[in-house]
Design a protein around this ligand. Structure first.
Ligand SMILES: Cc1ncc(COP(=O)(O)O)c(C=O)c1O
Length: 321
């Protein structure tokens, strides 16, 4: 395994989240604080990157090249990984350069990431072999991470997200946010490994029309099975709740902004420490959705619900809300 800074790694704490909505409905709500596993390389990104870094090292690479939007948590985390390992990182950013750099790109650059910009037209070709060959010519040999860091190895990494939970702990529901479906694919494998036949997994797409992510999740699971060389095990029941996108990816209408602000005030004043602070792009929509479902009586009293805090809170410095 690539010599990631494991000295600074800590297992994700499990925190009860006695939010008034859950308490009123008699639902036991918990959050797994993946955001706390490492100071700079946290959330689902730690899990996605770890096996990829090991593969890069095994293939003799010391350069990571990847893609993302200007507010990408993945660019941020890849830059952090490069800096921690002493590897070169190249970030190909969608869209025109803007000055001053936003906090995500400022951090990436401070980590030593070389930032280059692709027009939206060019960016659309980012998975095509011809385009990738040109990229390799331009930037030299590199281990290629797809947008969002989502590939079969990342699914393997995300399947470890529950590994530190005592095996006897069980939940009726597990919930996570979806951008590409990779984290959900890993969570499904993680829940399957815990053999809790009645557990259900709920996925909350943060983009509009997120129903297509069911097929994406299934595709990533199949790719993972192929790479690992054994079939996907029987999975728990799962569904996507597609109505919590608030208008689309990174859209933050006033109602969501206000809800996240109020939740964060509650978390600081009444929640466990360190405070379970959310951002509005991923975790805000997820926690809103889970609490809305609970408030509407969609989850039976007495149920135990585990919500994954997948990190990205540094986005609060970039996203206006
Ligand atoms: C903080 C955060 N949570 C959840 C997700 C969703 O992950 P995935 O793209 O694997 O669906 C992302 C995006 O990668 C993210 O940055």
């Amino acid at each position: 395994m690539a010599t990631l800074p494991v000295a600074d790694w800590q297992p994700p704490p499990l925190h009860p989240l006695p939010h008034p909505v859950a308490t009123r409905q008699g639902v036991e709500l918990y959050t797994l604080r993946l955001d706390l596993v490492h100071p700079h390389l946290q959330g689902n990104k730690w899990y996605k990157l770890r096996p990829n870094l090991a593969a890069a090292e095994a293939q003799g690479h010391r350069t990571l090249l990847t893609f993302g939007g200007a507010f990408s948590n993945h660019l941020y985390s890849t830059a952090a990984a490069g800096s921690l390992l002493g590897w070169r990182t190249v970030g190909l950013v969608r869209g025109e350069p803007t000055q001053p750099l936003n906090p995500v790109l400022t951090f990436a650059q401070a980590c030593g990431m070389e930032l280059h910009y692709l027009s939206r037209g060019q960016y659309r070709h980012k998975t095509e072999p011809g385009f990738l060959a040109e990229i390799a010519q331009t930037y030299g040999p590199a281990y290629l991470l797809p947008e969002g860091g989502s590939n079969a190895l990342a699914v393997t990494g995300c399947a470890q997200m529950l590994a530190e939970l005592p095996p006897e702990l069980s939940f009726d529901y597990y919930a996570c946010a979806l951008g590409t479906g990779c984290t959900l694919a890993g969570l499904l494998l993680a829940v399957a490994a815990r053999r809790q036949a009645k557990a259900q997994v709920l996925g909350f797409p943060v983009l509009k029309g997120g129903g297509f992510l069911a097929a994406e999740t299934t595709r990533l699971l199949a790719e993972h099975a192929q790479v690992r060389g054994f079939p996907t095990p029987p999975l728990p029941a799962w569904q996507l709740l597609v109505n919590y996108h608030f208008g689309g990816y990174a859209k933050v209408p006033p109602a969501l902004a206000q809800w996240v602000t109020e939740f964060n005030h509650w978390a600081v004043a009444h929640g466990p420490a360190p405070a379970c602070v959310l951002e509005p792009v991923y975790t805000g929509k997820l926690f809103y959705g889970v609490l809305d479902l609970i408030g509407e009586g969609g989850i039976a009293p007495g149920s135990r619900v585990l919500v994954l805090h997948t990190g990205g809170v540094y986005a609060n410095a970039s996203v206006q809300y």
